[in-house]
Design a protein around this ligand. Structure first.
Ligand code: SF4
Length: 84
């Protein structure tokens, strides 16, 4: 009987962990896609991140990175999206 209770408890803890991680990762992917959509999409690499996707990842880690994209006219739109 104690084995069933223990197994149920462990399964419950793992399910909470999976739901939490899934929500965190999904939210990050969604933000990355949204930021990438707002970038010019030239993939010129002049920002130093190799591509617009690389730049989107950099912006997620540091909002100030958005300033390195010279072709981007509306930097405020991305900063506003990130909650500036
Ligand atoms: S400078 Fe801008 S357009 Fe060029 S790769 Fe970087 S984010 Fe994309």
């Amino acid at each position: 009987m104690i084995g069933v209770v223990l197994f149920t408890f462990i399964a419950f803890i793992f399910s909470i962990l999976i739901v939490f991680l899934n929500g965190y990762l999904f939210n990050k992917d969604e933000k990355l896609s949204k930021i990438e959509e707002m970038l010019p999409g030239y993939n010129c690499g002049s920002c130093g991140f190799g591509s617009c996707k690389g730049m989107a990842e950099a912006i997620l880690n540091d909002k100030e990175a958005v300033k390195k994209c010279r072709p981007l006219k509306d930097k405020e739109k991305i900063l506003k999206y990130l909650g500036e």
